[in-house]
Design a protein around this ligand. Structure first.
Ligand SMILES: Nc1nc2c(ncn2[C@@H]2O[C@H](COP(=O)(O)OP(=O)(O)OP(=O)(O)O)[C@@H](O)[C@H]2O)c(=O)[nH]1
Ligand SMILES: [Mg+2]
Length: 391
């Protein structure tokens, strides 16, 4: 059966452009026999009455559709409504994002379709891929924004596989739509940030994404709707998204948990050594007790937070805690060993005063903790909070 493809064109004051682009699109895909191709114009009640022109064209083209928004809802708002309509009422398998202004060359459409045929979920028209280009006549400032913008996005999101994050020429499958759109909530996606946000979320869902080279032509008719808020919103989005990713990453949580427990261990050891266990014969016992306290805290925080997604059931807690202690045996032994070696070769005694007097034993302890930490991460993630088998 033929796959249904809906090419969504958001328009705002594109009366002259829309008349030219629609026939060019249908001509370009006339040979694509495996696809049933439709065009959906999403117009925000343009003052120039773009929608009237579309209505007239629809009279002799039953594959041309129109959605009119009573209010201007921005590029993202238009695409959201367009996608809901295309995948809903029109029952599309794929949609395209496509500009009305002639910047996107319809003759590239078959290349996108070929990639869809190869099983890709997301095909981007890439201007910076080998064979792609931007319009040499583009004002320098626009080139700068586009090139530097893409570079900043790649750096902040630390993803260099995609070269053109801001391209508005794209093919998107139903499965991407179903996974990504529920996450596209909030005011910040109503404008041009839609493009970056949508692609970023698709990347993080591990969809199959590729780029086909395109030549980007500057618009000849009408005005650009790109505003300065685009830069501000984009920067806000990428930094916030990356920050959220980092603080939600397991390695970050592991480091914070480890850091807090290290602090608990250092403080409790210090307090023990300055109170009940001041005598040097109690050195290793104080060391051991502070290690055990840190282990208990580590277990509790890890279970609730670091490995919270694999949180243990109540009946598993005790046995796993015992296992956790056994798992920490290497770390405990290393810490006791470092302390013993330190005492043997460099002795005990004062070292430095940073607000409070620090002794050599505190340094040995810290060293032991750091070495033990590396071993712990490996053991915890392999044996205690094992990844649940995927069904
Ligand atoms: N429905 C709707 N369409 C919009 C809106 N803003 C822009 N568009 C359309 O989105 C497409 C891209 O907008 P452009 O202004 O060309 O933006 P651009 O291509 O990034 O910028 P230029 O290269 O300067 O043209 C065009 O077809 C516009 O008519 C909007 O608020 N609502
Ligand atoms: Mg444009």
């Amino acid at each position: 059966m033929k796959k249904k493809v809906v090419i969504i064109i958001p328009t705002y004051n594109e009366k002259a452009n829309i008349q030219l682009i629609v026939p060019r699109i249908f001509a370009a895909v006339a040979g694509a026999k495996n696809y049933d191709i439709h065009v959906l114009v999403v117009d925000d009640t343009s003052p120039d009455k773009t929608y009237e022109v579309v209505k007239t064209m629809m009279k002799d083209n039953n594959k041309l559709h129109l959605l009119v928004n009573p209010q201007k809802s921005g590029l993202g708002g238009a695409y959201l409504k367009g996608m809901n309509y295309a995948f809903g009422q029109l029952k599309a398998d794929y949609i395209f994002e496509f500009d009305a202004d002639g910047s996107h060359d319809p003759s590239r459409l078959p290349y996108f379709l070929a990639k869809i045929g190869d099983g890709y979920d997301f095909v981007i028209g890439g201007r910076y891929k080998d064979g792609g280009s931007i319009d040499p006549a583009w004002p320098l400032i626009r080139k700068f924004y586009s090139v530097v913008g893409n570079l900043v996005i790649m750096l902040v999101l630390t993803d260099f596989r995609i070269r053109d994050w801001t391209s508005g020429y794209r093919a998107i499958s139903r499965s991407v739509y179903e996974a990504v759109v529920p996450e596209m909530t909030g005011e910040r996606f109503s404008g041009y940030t839609w493009q970056i946000g949508f692609l970023h979320k698709a990347v993080r869902h591990h969809f199959r994404i590729c780029e086909v080279p395109i030549h980007f032509v500057d618009r000849k008719i009408g005005q650009s709707k790109l505003g300065s808020e685009y830069i501000k919103n984009t920067l806000l989005y990428i930094f916030k998204a990356r920050f959220e990713e980092i603080i939600n990453s397991r390695i970050f949580k592991f480091v914070v948990t480890g850091g807090s427990c290290t602090l608990i261990q250092l403080i409790s050891f210090y307090l023990l050594r300055h109170t009940f266990f001041a005598s040097d014969q109690w050195l290793q016992l104080a060391n051991f007790l502070s290690i055990e306290l840190a282990i208990i805290c580590n277990f509790a925080i890890s279970n609730a937070w670091t490995f919270g997604d694999r949180c243990l059931a109540p009946h598993q807690i005790m046995p796993q805690f015992v296992k956790f202690n056994f798992g920490s045996v290497f770390s405990i032994l290393i810490q006791l060993l470092v302390m013993t070696l330190g005492q043997k070769f460099w002795g005990l005694g004062p070292l430095i005063t940073i607000f409070i007097p620090i002794s050599k034993e505190n340094l040995y302890q810290l060293l032991g903790i750091l070495i033990g930490m590396f071993i712990n991460f490996f053991i915890y993630s392999r044996f205690i909070w094992k990844q649940k088998p995927t069904s």
